[in-house]
Design a protein around this ligand. Structure first.
Ligand SMILES: [Zn+2]
Ligand SMILES: [Zn+2]
Length: 339
């Protein structure tokens, strides 16, 4: 990126509402981010995330507590802006890391990856090697080009159910008629097909009374059903398995997960789902191999790491727990002081 991206925006207040009537001018360039009268160097930018197509939540790097700002983009493409912010800030972070290690004279091997979906730079320098990589910016997993399957870009962790699924932004539409007042309300839900179908079931009921909203509600519900039951992509059956796991039918879900991992070359997300389903249903011993496999295929997929730590703990596997913490540089309790 060499030219500045210009846009118009309004700041969001602590309640998430736009705090001014008039929009301000903004610009992003390799030098930094200009927001009205304020300028921030690239070093100050943390992770940016997009919400409901036009809202950006931007974390700021601060030595004190976590600080973030909210922006409503009124002119310009917020999605492009988020991608550009993350690409610039992650590249700068990687550069600083390399310089700091070189200056310390400790040497070391630098290993960075570029996310093919959002162009963020991911630092893998201190992590075990694996074929798949997780992007902490767009939350997708990616495989080396020769091993990637076409639908990989559509899948990531669903923030509603915690499973790896086909997460998309979907419009929810409600029509209402209250004696003399009528209107409609639409909202956006970013979720996997299973969560969206659940929500859409309610949407169908809510719109049932007022026929106008019903076709849209039924259409959305049918889309989710098709995605869950008739997915023809290489990940076909994954969301069906997630739905079964959510309903507590873990053995049936495991059959789907195993079928998928057999034919997908790399499937860190699918192993993670299997481990999660088993762990949530008090089957920690069975969850362990699935989560170990998830981490060995994608070593920086931290949701798998967290679950594997929990699983080791629940199984009383203290040596493996300590080994895993050490491998990932996590705090290990200091040995008890000798009397
Ligand atoms: Zn990414
Ligand atoms: Zn979900």
């Amino acid at each position: 990126m060499t030219e500045a991206i210009t846009f118009k925006f309004k700041f969001l207040n602590s309640e998430g509402h736009e705090d001014s009537f008039l929009a301000k001018k903004g610009a992003l360039s390799p030098e930094g981010l200009v927001l009205g009268d304020e300028s921030l160097p690239i070093e100050a930018l943390g992770k940016a995330s997009l919400h409901s197509k036009k809202y950006i939540l931007l974390a700021l790097n601060s030595s004190d507590e976590a600080v973030s700002i909210g922006l409503a983009v009124t002119k310009g493409r917020a999605a492009d802006l988020v991608r550009a912010m993350n690409a610039l800030s992650s590249a700068r972070l990687a550069k600083h890391y390399r310089e700091a290690v070189q200056e310390s004279g400790e040497g070391g091997v630098f290993r960075f990856a570029r996310c093919p979906y959002c162009r963020a730079t991911i630092n893998l320098s201190e992590l075990p090697h694996s074929d798949q990589t997780a992007c902490g910016y767009c939350d997708r997993l990616f495989s080396p080009e020769n091993k990637a399957v076409a639908a990989e870009a559509d899948f990531c962790l669903c923030e509603h159910c915690g499973y790896y699924g086909r997460v998309q932004a979907r419009t929810m539409f409600y029509f209402y008629f209250l004696l003399v007042i009528w209107g409609f309300q639409s909202d956006e839900l970013t979720a996997c097909s299973v969560c969206a179908q659940k929500k859409n079931g309610w949407m169908v009921l809510a719109n049932l009374l007022f026929i106008i909203g019903l076709p849209n509600a039924l259409y959305q519900w049918g889309r989710c059903l098709r995605a869950i039951e008739f997915d023809r992509s290489a990940f076909g059956g994954l969301e069906k398995a997630n739905q079964l796991a959510e309903k507590g039918k873990v053995d049936e879900a495991v059959v789907y997960y195993d079928r998928l991992t057999r034919h997908l070359g790399l499937a860190g997300g699918v192993h993670y789902n299997k481990g999660r389903a088993l762990l949530l249903h008090q089957r920690a011993e069975e969850a362990v191999p699935a989560l170990e496999q998830a981490l060995s295929e994608c070593s920086n997929y931290f949701p798998s790491l967290q679950l594997l730590l929990d699983a080791y703990e629940q199984c009383g596997r203290h040596e493996q727990l300590a080994g895993l913490k050490k491998r990932y540089g996590l705090d290990v309790a200091p040995p008890a002081e000798q009397a």
